[in-house]
Structure formats: C-alpha cells, structure tokens
Design a protein. Structure first.
Length: 363
C-alpha cells in the first residue's frame, strides 16, 4: 500500500468565546491545517498539523520538505517514516515548524492503518474498555475577573466538572474559585510568562486557591530544572509539555522531576508515533498523561483515541471553551454531561465534513 498523494487544506472557522478586547479578541477564527494522504489502494487518511499563527510556514514545510520524501513509500511503515523524516530534516530543527508538519502526516498514516485493519485507532493500539472520557473546559484569556467568573459558571452549567484558566493574575483565579466553589478542580495555564523568581512569587499567591495544577509557569518552557525547583519549593502540582517536541524532551523533563502531569500535543510532538513513546516514558516515570488538545481537527480525534488506549486513571481531555460557527465532525467535538464519546468507527472514526472544508477554506 503506497502513498500516492498528499494534499493540504487550510481552513479558518470563526468562533466566539464571550471575551472582550484585550484577551483573545484579535484571534477570531480557529485555524486547522488538514493533511490528506491517499494510497494506491484507495484508502484515504486525514491528519492535522499544528498551525496556530504559522499556517503558511507549516504548509510550506509539508509540501517542500516532506511530500517529496514520502510519495511512493509504504503507508504502513509509519515508524520508519517518522524516524527517517526526523533524521533527514534535523538540520531544520526538531522543534517547531518541521515537527508540526511531520505530525500532520503521521496522524494521517495512522488513520489509514486503522481503516486498513477495520479497527478504531484505540483498539488498534490495544485499548477497548473506554467509551467515554472526562472533559475539561479550557477557557480562553479574559484578563477580567467578572468575565472569568461568568464563563466558569457557564461551563459548569454545561456539565464540565474541571475548569482551566489562561490567566496570569490572582484576581481572575480568585474569581474562578469563588464562582466554581470548593468542589470543582481548577487548573491555571500561564503560557510561560515568568522568570523562576517571578514564578515562585506568583505560585505562592495562587496556592491558596487549591490549584489542580499550574501549567507552564516559566520561560523558557524547556528550563525543566527551574520548573522542578518551583514544584518542590511550593508544593503546587506542575504540568507542562505542550511545547515539547519529540520524546527526547519529555525524557529530559521527567529526568528533572519537573512535572506531575505530562501534556504532549499530538499535532506538535511528532504525531501519534511520537506520542506513544511519550506515553510509555510517562508511565515509567510515574507521571500522569494529560494530553494537550485545544483543536478541533483530526488531532482532536487522535487525542480521544490515544487517551482511551494509553491514558492512566484520571486522564482528562481538553476542550477549548469556544463556540464554533461550524464543526468538521459534528457533535463529536462536544462533551455530553462532561464527557466525550470515544469514536468507534475505523481509523480516527470519522472523516472531516467536505462542506465545512469547502465553506471555510483559507486559501
């Protein structure tokens, strides 16, 4: 079964999130770079390369560096292709754009593998027991305590039992805790804003709000020893990994005892092949796998399958708390009573809606 063609489809779907100018207001569409792989046997797979703020660059990397190397190759030889692409392209970096592009191809190849075996991906990977997975609402950034409180209450009314904030000030975290009450776990993703000393001071301020975890508090994100010192010195659980590319960075993060929760992003880390390596390392290190998945394309479906197959007890699935104008997968992207259904059809479980691809095409 040979790779016959690779196409990409950039799409932009407008959304609302209850925000005001100053937060994510300048970000008005959810962007997805779909990767379609066709085989000479007629099986088609769909992947998803991370592209927020870098769609043109990732698309160029796919068509310029990756596609010429994979046409005619065996679509079933996924691990070898992953290794060879990473090795051949390491001059261009094993972090960022290049690995995002590799991720998109890899996810599509695993979709093909599941379809060829007539099995949903989670069963192909050895999991069959979970039909639903608990969700958490990942609120966008507001910088406004009242809006944070209102959106927290709305998410809880919608059935979410876990809330994540993207805030960096105490007032917003306090507002969320007051709105949620004591029984709802609250996580705070700060997106790498602080020096180690700033992070220590802020973590101590936030500690009274009983954080489930504090996410990426230090810049640069790969300063794992600094995160480890913060974790040990404050007693607050730490989460990181969405900016890690390849299992090697996770190996180093675990060796530093930096985190309680590992957050590989399947569209960033190197795809499903690399994600599986991270899952094994996390289990061996005693770190809970908590995938990063703030997207709505094939990478989201892949995350559901990977969590069902390899997630440890307590693993949650992230869902950006935004209202999309259209969905590539209908209601599969929406939790019911705080949980996502695990797709049961072969491969990723569903192909993206061609009407949505056409209507929201970005180029």
């Amino acid at each position: 079964m040979k790779i016959a063609a690779v196409e990409t489809f950039p799409i932009k779907v407008p959304f609302t999130f209850g925000g005001a100018p100053g937060g994510f207001a300048r970000w008005t569409s959810n962007d997805t770079l779909l990767v379609k792989v066709q085989t000479d046997t007629g099986i088609t797979g769909w992947g998803d390369a991370f592209c927020y703020g870098c769609m043109d660059s990732v698309r160029a990397a796919l068509h310029g560096m990756i596609v010429p190397r994979v046409i005619g190759r065996d679509a079933r030889d996924i691990a070898r292709l992953s290794y060879e692409l990473q090795q051949a392209l390491h001059l261009h970096g094993r972090y960022g754009i290049t690995i995002f592009a590799v991720s998109g191809l890899d996810i599509a190849l695993w979709d093909i593998a599941g379809k060829a075996a007539n099995l949903p991906l989670h069963r192909l990977l050895g999991g069959a027991g979970q039909t639903s997975l608990p969700a958490y609402a990942s609120l966008l950034k507001f910088r406004d305590p009242e809006r944070v409180a209102a959106r927290t209450k709305l998410a809880i009314q919608q059935g979410y039992r876990y809330i994540k904030l993207h805030e960096t000030e105490e007032a917003e975290v306090r507002a969320a805790r007051d709105a949620a009450g004591d029984g709802v776990p609250i996580m705070v993703d700060t997106n790498c804003p602080w020096t180690p000393e700033q992070a220590r001071q802020m973590t101590l301020k936030l500690r009274p709000y009983d954080l489930y975890w504090l996410e990426e508090p230090i810049f640069p994100p790969e300063d794992f020893p600094a995160i480890a010192r913060l974790r040990e010195g404050t007693g607050v659980a730490m989460a990181a990994g969405e900016n890690n590319c390849t299992a090697v960075q996770f190996r180093d993060m675990f060796a530093a005892n930096a985190v309680d929760y590992a957050q590989p992003s399947v569209t960033k880390v190197g795809g499903i092949t690399e994600f599986l390596k991270v899952a094994t390392l996390a289990e061996a290190a005693g770190v809970t796998l908590m995938p990063h998945s703030p997207y709505f394309g094939p990478g989201f479906l892949a995350t559901l399958h990977l969590t069902a197959a390899r997630g440890q007890p307590g693993a949650l699935v992230e869902r950006y708390h935004m209202d999309l104008e259209a969905s590539l997968y209908g209601d599969l992207i929406d939790p019911v009573n705080g949980a996502f259904a695990v797709p049961q059809d072969p491969g990723l479980g569903r192909d993206p809606d061609p009407d949505v691809i056409k209507t929201y095409a970005a180029a």
